[in-house]
Ligand binder design. Sequence first.
Ligand SMILES: [Zn+2]
Length: 164
Amino acid sequence: MWQKITDEQASVLADCIKKGKPLVALHHSICAYDDWQEYFNIIGGKYFHKATTVNGKLYQPCSYIHDLHFKVKIADPDNPVTKGITDFDIFDETYKGYYIEDGVTVLLTTEEPSSNSVIGWTTNYGKACVVTLQSGHDSPTFENPYFRKLLKQSIEWVYNKGKN
Ligand SMILES: [Zn+2]
């Protein structure tokens, strides 16, 4: 959820990813850098702390709810990131109202009403593959064997795609 970044730092980070450094973005990173719109393009999404206009469309501040049990659905079981993972239950925080860039590949969805329906996706930024997962507030998520497998496969996928 970090906010401070200088123009130079932002440009170096964006260039690094553009050149192919892979990225897996978790949970609070969707809330980072409110005033750096290029970052929204890097991770393919953004949680808004304040009303924000993206590509001419006004988004209101988002909402969150802690400590919910809900079901995560696998949108594409053939994707290397989700391969071998079935729909699973999770105990985590939900976010609602966040921006998701057009054209991302949807990995995970939920029907939990306090959440956006899309909660995991892949995108590309320059030569880099990026996976963004909304989940990951606290230790129960990182103890969840389904989420652990998902995270491991996310890291392997962005890394291996980056080598090709
Ligand atoms: Zn959180």
